[in-house]
Design a binder for this molecule. Structure first.
Ligand SMILES: Nc1ncnc2c1ncn2[C@@H]1O[C@H](COP(=O)(O)OP(=O)(O)O)[C@@H](O)[C@H]1O
Ligand SMILES: [Mg+2]
Length: 371
């Protein structure tokens, strides 16, 4: 006789794709019975019309069929009651009161804010690839697209899924192992976002407080170019934030880039380093064609070092790479599709430096994985 325990144990390997936890822990398994060789499972979805329903159903059926004695399997989908949902959200927030920012001063998550002086220098491409690279290495990674007016993170990750809402929690869709939230997921089509400061502040604050990020090792933030309202809000909301400044080698662009880190410094955040993107175009003979000149990255690093009164390094120089460009156009980041391309290898080296620069665990309590 196959017991309920055996069936339940098999379901421990089935994960909710968005919450990234076993459905057994999430309270999603209801009735679970055997009827002459046939396993029948009730799966309680978090919300009606849960986009992951088909996938969960297929995974449950597959898991049940692995149990010895099961010759057939059937799933019936129901929806959690409000009380069950409340229990789930309480578990997910681990008792944290609603509407509080999990990335305050005591947070153990490393917050990396990627900024630039101007647009088009590859800030989003760097952020997305760095996030996917860190996730590939086993870290738990979130990505907040704070480039409210020029959002392009969902496109670069091929994400068309909308976040789902479980009561007051917004559950971010996951792409290439990264939890992602973007204003682009809340506006229809290519609609423009035309908001003033207070609305922007509330939105980025909500992205921090109402989104279920879980225990993150890294939260990456794609900042808007320059030094606007959003940068100031995030300076206040993310006190442990470490800035990464992306620039091209062009000296004219360097001065503007310096300023992007200045806001962070003024609000007490730190600067981790500078990335020079589009550094050169590799030539067939192994040479480097410096399309945008040279020296921008180190100039920015030196200037910020003066501002910060600290040593600021050049974390890396990413060459121009057609695979990177194709990857961002097609929503398939180059580090995932062409890990051996010149750009992906350099992003890998940058990721290693980022990891080695932290985490700042000394003297801090280790996170207790409540859930
Ligand atoms: N190293 C690179 N090699 C080739 N194309 C790149 C590189 N970095 C960025 N791009 C391309 O340049 C364009 C602008 O990059 P994007 O990441 O959107 O910049 P930003 O976020 O700074 O505006 C995109 O089409 C992107 O694919
Ligand atoms: Mg961008």
């Amino acid at each position: 006789m196959t017991s309920r325990e055996e069936l339940f144990a098999a379901l421990e390997g089935v994960f909710d794709p968005e919450l990234r936890r076993p459905i057994t822990e999430l309270g999603m398994v209801g009735k679970l019975e055997m009827d002459s060789g046939k396993a029948v499972a009730e799966i309680k979805l978090t919300v009606v019309g849960c986009p992951a329903a088909n996938r969960i159903e297929a995974d449950v059926l597959a898991a049940l069929r692995t149990v010895v004695g099961v010759t057939a399997a059937e799933v019936f989908l129901t929806v959690m009651t409000p009380a069950e949902r409340a229990e789930l959200t309480a578990k997910l927030t681990a008792g944290r009161p609603p509407k509080t920012n999990p990335f305050g001063k005591d947070s153990l998550t490393r917050v990396l804010l990627v900024g630039s002086g101007k647009g088009g220098v590859g800030k989003t491409s760097v952020t997305v690839n760095l996030a996917v690279e860190l996730a590939n290495r086993g870290f738990s990674v979130g990505l907040l697209d704070a480039d409210v007016f020029g959002f392009s993170v969902p496109g670069q990750l091929g994400l068309t899924d909308k976040p789902i809402r479980i009561d007051n929690l917004i559950v971010p869709p996951v792409a290439f192992g990264v939890k992602v939230i973007s204003i682009g997921m809340f506006v229809d089509g290519n609609q423009a976002v035309a908001w003033r400061g207070p609305m922007l502040h509330r939105t980025v604050e909500q992205f921090l407080t109402d989104v279920y990020w879980g225990d993150l090792d890294f939260l990456l933030v794609d900042l808007p170019p320059g030094t606007g309202d959003v940068a100031i809000s995030l300076g206040q909301l993310l006190p442990t934030g470490e800035h990464i400044v992306v620039t091209t080698p062009q000296l004219a662009a360097a001065q503007v880039a310096e300023r992007s880190a200045a806001v962070g410094l003024q609000t007490g955040q730190s600067v981790l380093g500078v990335i020079e993107n589009m550094a050169w175009l590799p030539q067939a003979d192994g040479g480097r064609f410096e399309l945008f000149g040279a020296g921008g990255g180190s100039q920015v690093a030196q200037a910020i070092a003066k501002l910060a009164n600290a040593e600021i390094g050049l974390l890396g120089q990413i060459p121009l790479d057609v695979e990177l460009r194709l990857g961002s156009d097609s929503g398939r980041p180059v580090v995932a599709t062409h890990p051996l391309s010149a750009a992906a290898l350099e992003i890998g080296r940058i990721a290693t430096q980022v990891i080695q620069a932290g985490p700042k665990l000394t003297g801090k309590k280790l996170p207790l994985n409540v859930f």
